[in-house]
Ligand binder design. Structure first.
Ligand SMILES: [Ca+2]
Length: 416
């Protein structure tokens, strides 16, 4: 009995330690939470989100500092300008999690939903392509792979957007622009949605964050010209859907598209005047800058399961005190089938006659968004444990097994 107790006591202690360690890891694995895109297409953003304000505070910079730095009126000199370098350093430095192509599948329900979840919104058309990834739609490289991508940049969810097969096929890898040889981003929605500013700001993000400066301009690049980019930025100001997506992407990758929060900086980067009465989230140009939009997140402690469900109730309080309770019934196993991107398949359907949406920008609304409180949470479903956590588990197991062997040997020796 004495011998039994001597061996059992240390083993029990080890078991307790092991359980504590694994439960800690379990909590850590389930603690990751993504923010749903709380915004709405075509709803003018006139306030920064609280997440954005906090992010700039954490990064120790903001519009006051950045706007002091100069860009350049010469596109060839922009990449060597102080403003470009600082923006690149800021967005690159904060980028703490690099998304893989595969991982993006489980992220679109957060980043590309509207009004806090429930459907994935196809980028160009706005049509719902599903509540979650089911392999029935594509991931569109708004900055085509064939134009200078080839590393982590090609899977950056900031740029990789969900689209239907037909939209992805229509776009191909054609540069965005107004001319007949270019792809107009408002084509698919027939002008219902204005994506001109959205694509301009995404292209600027890749241009700065990833330093892809050699493939920016002209038909062989991604944007027809600097003039078109500036025009699109001006005529299609940031809507809350873009701002909400910036929050959502930040909750995944750690970084933001500065040109969405402060579109004014795009004008300064190219040494252009900020348009008079320019509407923006920050209001640094002239208008906007209302009450911060507060998005709070809570974390659901998940049980380990292979079912990628999202059961639970999400309560969203939005705008003028209206309360909407939405039950996100997205449970159930998800079968995913990998689909090849059609983006670079050489489909260059261009020359579409329709050039809609030219008058959609401007001053459609002056209503300041009040407060959005979105209790939206979900554990990161993919993967359950990352490499570091697996290494910790294996390391802990080796230590524990070693300790058991030592204890058994010492016990035996004492008894001899
Ligand atoms: Ca837009």
């Amino acid at each position: 009995m004495k011998k039994f107790v001597k061996v059992l006591a240390p083993l029990l202690m080890i078991a307790v330690l092991c359980t504590t360690l694994l439960s800690g890891l379990s909590f850590s694995a389930s603690a990751a939470s993504y923010v749903y895109n709380w915004g709405e297409r075509e709803e003018l953003a006139t306030s920064l989100s609280q997440m954005a304000i906090d992010w700039y505070e954490d990064e120790g910079t903001g519009y006051d500092e950045l706007s002091q730095l100069s860009g350049s009126s010469s596109t060839s000199s922009v990449p060597s300008s102080k403003l470009y370098k600082e923006l690149q350093s800021l967005m690159r430095g904060a980028h703490s999690y690099i998304t893989s192509y595969s991982a993006t599948k489980s992220m679109y329900q957060y980043t590309d939903c509207e009004n806090g979840g429930g459907k994935i919104s196809s980028f160009y058309s706005g049509k719902a392509v599903g509540p979650t990834w089911d392999g029935s739609f594509n991931r569109e490289h708004t900055w085509p792979n064939s134009k200078g991508l080839g590393g982590n940049d090609e899977n950056d969810i900031m740029m990789l957007r969900p689209t239907s097969y037909s939209e992805n096929s229509s776009r191909g890898n054609t540069a965005y622009g107004e001319g007949s040889s270019y792809y107009h981003p408002n084509e698919e929605s027939g002008g219902k949605h204005d994506l001109r500013g959205d694509v301009a700001r995404i292209c600027l993000y890749v241009y700065c964050r990833w330093g892809n400066t050699g493939n920016m301009w002209g038909q062989s690049g991604v944007m027809e010209s600097k003039d078109v980019l500036i025009q699109w930025m001006e005529e299609d100001p940031v809507d809350t859907w873009e701002l909400g997506r910036n929050d959502s992407v930040q909750s995944i990758t750690g970084t933001r598209n500065v040109f969405v929060d402060y579109p004014e900086l795009a004008f300064l980067l190219f040494a252009e005047d900020i348009p008079v009465n320019y509407q923006s989230p920050s209001g640094e140009g002239a208008n906007g800058g209302g009450t911060p939009i507060v998005t709070t997140t809570t974390t659901t402690t998940s049980t380990t399961s292979t079912t990628k469900g999202q059961g639970g109730t999400t309560t969203t309080t939005k705008g003028q005190g209206d309360t909407t309770t939405t039950t996100k019934g997205q449970g159930g196993a998800t079968t995913t089938t990998e689909q090849l991107s059609q983006e670079d398949a050489g489909n260059t359907t261009a020359g579409t006659q329709f050039r809609p949406g030219m008058a959609m920008g401007g001053t459609s609304s002056t209503t300041a968004t009040t407060t959005t409180t979105a209790a939206e949470s979900n554990a990161d479903p993919d993967p359950l444990l990352d490499t570091t956590q697996w290494l910790i588990i294996v390391g802990a197991a080796v230590v524990i097994i070693g300790a058991v062997i030592v204890i058994v040997l010492v016990t035996r020796k004492k008894e001899e």
